[in-house]
Design a protein around this ligand. Structure first.
Ligand code: FUB
Length: 441
């Protein structure tokens, strides 16, 4: 997000501080993100996201981003391992996507604009790691019927059959082969005008998932501005039954785009809105809220919230290397990607801060704090417990113009137990770049 917009809004933000103390939404504050596609794999939630460039007045979207969390409150930025330029057939508009895991590989289905066709098409990139690098698997689009080919969603059923759904103003699906990069059978057009099956106006953003044996197809509906509606079925290909509105239109973005997961015994709905300062329909931000399925399988409508996920489903271990770009909330800072450090925190000025939640310091007091930083003008990291103005447990000095190196300081305050940790930056402007940190007992 644009730092100037942030500074203008900071006064207002401070006044709202009692409200925002527990603000958890939007979950990414370092840039604008949209069209969330969460993936649960091996105890981690990976979040594949679109990226709206700062100050955009239209869809200015060049790359896709990856984040991860194991506790649903702290999110680590893994940078942008895929850009539209990785698809030689594309000349821009890196729109909605979804990544799925199968047999040791990660398949990232995207939509972007095709030079040759002069409309969007669906492509697929593959990697051995959820963080990439990803490579265009085909060198051409996987599906390219018309301008409506956007918003791919992929679901693998318990019997191993994978389904690719997509479409704006219309909805199509096809059965993917086991290789996940080809399909068999006809592309089927779904009758979204069937009032018993779908919301009065199906628009886009389909998401297919299964919970307790029921298939849920959620989608953006109602024209613009959009709300999220859903339909259910006892089969991944319908017939569908329209069940109503899941999330009403709200939040300052004329689009919405959802993704549903179950993780560690709870259900979560990811969506986007325009809630960050400077936010709009073209500078969107991803949020997540927990929700519950009713005992009859329906979902009662729920609103977007600022609080987001109140209860973490895990703890952060401060005695292992923690990437500085792991945060529950931040103000002022941005992230960047470099060769040596991959992703790091940058654009750090006086008063900026990072909050990390649910940090488990254990039963013994921490003794030292170490951070890998690269000094620009130099400054201080104040370590505060539980609140922005909570007790200081240590202060780390970073000298100006220093190369990437590990700086250490003694911990002088009490740490035992589970705490929220605030890393508060003091100095002037452009203090340092920040790669990772770790406490020692
Ligand atoms: O992000 C670009 C487009 O906006 C997506 O493809 C749609 O779902 C809408 O969110």
């Amino acid at each position: 997000m644009n730092k100037e917009i942030r500074c203008v809004t900071i006064g207002l933000f401070m006044n709202l501080c009692s409200v925002c103390i527990m603000a958890q939404n939007p979950i990414i504050q370092t840039c604008y993100t949209a069209d969330p596609a969460p993936m649960v794999h091996n105890g981690t939630v990976y979040l594949y996201a679109d990226h709206d460039e700062d100050n955009s007045k239209y869809y200015v979207m060049n790359d896709w981003k990856v984040y991860s969390s194991t506790d649903m409150v702290n999110w680590t930025d893994h940078g942008s391992p895929l850009r539209y330029t990785d698809f030689k057939w594309s000349d821009g508009q890196a729109w909605a996507s979804q990544c799925v895991y199968r047999d040791g590989k990660y398949y990232w289905y995207v939509c972007c604009h095709s030079k040759m066709l002069n409309h969007h098409a669906i492509g697929v990139a593959v990697s051995n790691s959820p963080y990439g690098p990803f490579k265009d698997a085909l060198g051409k689009p996987l599906a390219s019927l018309s301008w409506a080919d956007i918003d791919p969603t992929v679901f693998i059923d318990d019997d191993g059959q994978a389904y690719l759904y997509w479409g704006n103003s219309g909805l199509w699906y096809v059965k993917l082969n086991k290789d996940m990069i080809s399909y068999s059978g006809d592309i089927v057009k779904v009758d979204v005008k069937d009032k018993k099956a779908f919301a009065p106006i199906y628009v886009e953003a389909p998401w297919l998932n299964k919970h307790n044996g029921v298939y849920y197809l959620s989608y953006a509906a109602g024209g613009i501005p959009e709300h999220i509606a859903y339909s259910t079925s006892n089969s991944p290909t319908g017939p569908w039954k329209y069940q109503g509105v899941m999330m009403p239109q709200q939040g300052g973005s004329f689009t919405n785009h959802g993704g549903m997961i179950d993780f560690k015994g709870k259900s979560y709905f990811f969506y986007h809105n325009g809630a960050l300062p400077g936010g709009s329909g073209f500078t969107r931000s991803i949020c997540v809220d927990p929700f519950t399925y009713n005992s009859n399988g329906t979902i009662s409508p729920f609103n977007m919230t600022k609080e987001g996920v109140k209860d973490p489903v895990g703890y952060l271990n401060p005695y292992k290397r923690v990437e500085a770009e792991t945060m529950a909330w931040s103000e002022g800072v941005k992230t960047a990607q470099g060769e040596r450090t991959r992703v790091y925190v940058t654009s750090i000025d006086n008063g900026d801060y990072i909050k990390v939640r649910s940090v488990n310091f254990g039963k013994k007091e921490a003794k030292t704090f170490a951070a890998c930083v690269e000094g620009q003008k130099g400054g201080i990291v104040e370590l505060r417990m539980d609140q922005r103005n909570g007790p200081i447990i240590g202060t780390l000095k970073v000298s100006a113009n220093s190369q990437w190196m590990v700086h250490r300081t003694l911990i002088t305050g009490k740490t035992v137990g589970i705490h929220d940790l605030y890393l508060i930056f003091k100095g002037k402007q452009d203090l340092f770049n920040f790669d990772y940190w770790q406490f020692n007992k």
